[in-house]
Design a protein around this ligand. Structure first.
Ligand code: NAD
Ligand code: TYD
Length: 380
């Protein structure tokens, strides 16, 4: 069959990537979707079990740093779009091992850009109908101050954050025109990759787009990140290591809403633009952790709040950014995106998913998930 489009999604076996792959494979049967993933510790093909046999889906195990391999794949599959999510993504790991972050996030992005440029330049129509979409993070903007520790009425209101908790903890927000001020090796590497993407537009005319999203939560997140780690620990009554005083603020978005934004921006975002993605949904870590404890306890039939004593304050993360808060007005006004879920609904769904999918969690925490790919191909 000839497909209308042929799109590589990098990092499709990871947390956000699997939701993007699923959305595209199901929504666009006329597109060929190629999931290019190295399957690091963070990649798990079991995340895509429900779509792995669809005719318009192909998985390719490959490192984005393999320039020649990526170039050949683009040629073989006549690729006209790239949605680039593959990255090392955990701040704590970047503090211990910054080289891997520079290698994957910077050199890997450059290798993809160069492969796309060289391949697309050989075609008669060149850039026409092409798109290189780079997924980045709000962490490149640095940290905002906590000027209102008790919270203030925010200047924005959205469906997703209109719940009871909707407060802002400062009067400044990340807007697209802010200067980059990354602090962690993770965000420094992501910032560098964003600059390379823009440089490929400005220098060669590549049709690029960049988005910077706030913290995501939802099913299939690797349990080194706050929300899945803590849900699993509460379930097993293990200590909850809260960094510092638990006062840092993060702005949380349900992962499927991020995937919906990616779909919209891939198709309708303006070339060379940057869009911030977020649901105006700030939470102090400690308040969020209390919601997690209450929700897990309630869903497990324990007295609500019974597990508050699991909270354990530990040494703060080095260079811990105080507050992230995205202003996504541009995306909402120009492209009409808005989040679909209120936070209370999203958290309930997420906790339920992790509790219902204990096998997935056990496979990940035991390391067994890494055998899934080998077994899958052995049996074919
Ligand atoms: P993740 O760590 O869950 O998944 C990363 C995926 O990339 C994994 O499947 C891994 O195997 C793959 N990968 C890593 N190195 C690779 C390489 N060299 N070649 C090919 N594949 C490789 O990450 P995530 O949380 O899903 O984040 C995806 C993207 O979204 C990242 O670029 C991240 O910076 C960005 N982002 C994440 C968040 C968040 O809250 N998680 C928020 C904003 C932006
Ligand atoms: P994380 O999920 O690692 O995302 P990010 O660092 O990209 O924001 O952490 C979210 C917040 O939770 C962050 O302020 C660090 C804090 N945190 C803890 O307090 N304890 C933990 O064990 C983890 C993993 C994170």
């Amino acid at each position: 069959m000839t497909y209308k489009r042929s799109i590589i999604i990098t990092g499709g076996a990871g947390f956000i990537g699997n939701h993007v792959v699923r959305l595209f494979v199901n929504k666009y049967p006329e597109y060929k979707i190629i999931n290019l993933d190295k399957l690091t510790y963070a990649g798990n093909l079991a995340n895509l079990k429900d779509i792995e046999d669809k005719p318009n889906y192909r998985f390719v195990k490959k490192d984005i740093c393999d320039f020649e391999g990526v170039y050949k794949l683009m040629q073989d599959e006549h690729v006209d779009g790239i949605i680039h999510l593959a990255a090392e993504s955990h701040v704590d790991r970047s503090i211990k091992d910054p080289f891997t972050f520079a290698q994957t996030n910077v050199m890997g992005t450059l290798s993809l850009l160069q492969a796309a440029k060289l391949y697309w330049e050989t075609l008669p129509e060149k850039w026409e109908g092409k798109r290189f979409y780079h997924i980045s993070t709000d962490e490149v903007y640095g940290a905002l101050e906590l000027t209102h520790p008790q919270g203030i009425e925010p200047p924005f209101s959205t469906k997703a954050s209109s719940g009871e908790h909707h407060l802002a903890y400062g009067d400044k927000f990340f807007t697209e025109d802010l200067k980059y001020q990354p602090h962690s090796p993770y965000s420094a590497a992501k910032a560098s990759s964003d600059h390379f993407v823009r440089a490929f537009h400005d220098t060669y005319g590549m049709p690029t787009v960049v988005t910077n999203c706030s913290n995501n939560y939802g099913p299939y997140q690797f349990p080194e990140k706050l929300i899945p780690l803590f849900i699993n620990n509460i379930r097993h009554r293990k200590p909850l290591p809260v960094y510092g005083k638990g006062e840092n603020v993060r702005d949380w978005l349900y992962v499927v809403d991020h995937a919906r934004a990616i779909d919209l921006i891939f198709h309708e975002g303006k070339v060379a633009e940057t869009y911030n993605i977020g649901g105006f949904n700030e939470w102090k870590n400690i308040d969020l952790i209390k919601v997690l404890i209450n929700t897990v306890d309630r869903l497990l039939g324990r007295p609500e709040g019974a597990d508050m004593d699991l909270i354990t304050y530990v040494t703060d993360r080095a260079g811990h950014d105080m507050r992230y808060a995205i202003d996504s007005t541009k995306l909402q006004k120009e492209l009409g995106w808005e989040p679909s879920l209120q936070f209370e609904e999203g958290i309930e769904k997420t906790v339920r998913w992790y509790l219902d999918n204990q096998e997935w969690m056990d496979n990940v925490t035991s390391g067994d998930y890494q055998k899934y790919y080998e077994d899958m191909y052995k049996n074919r």
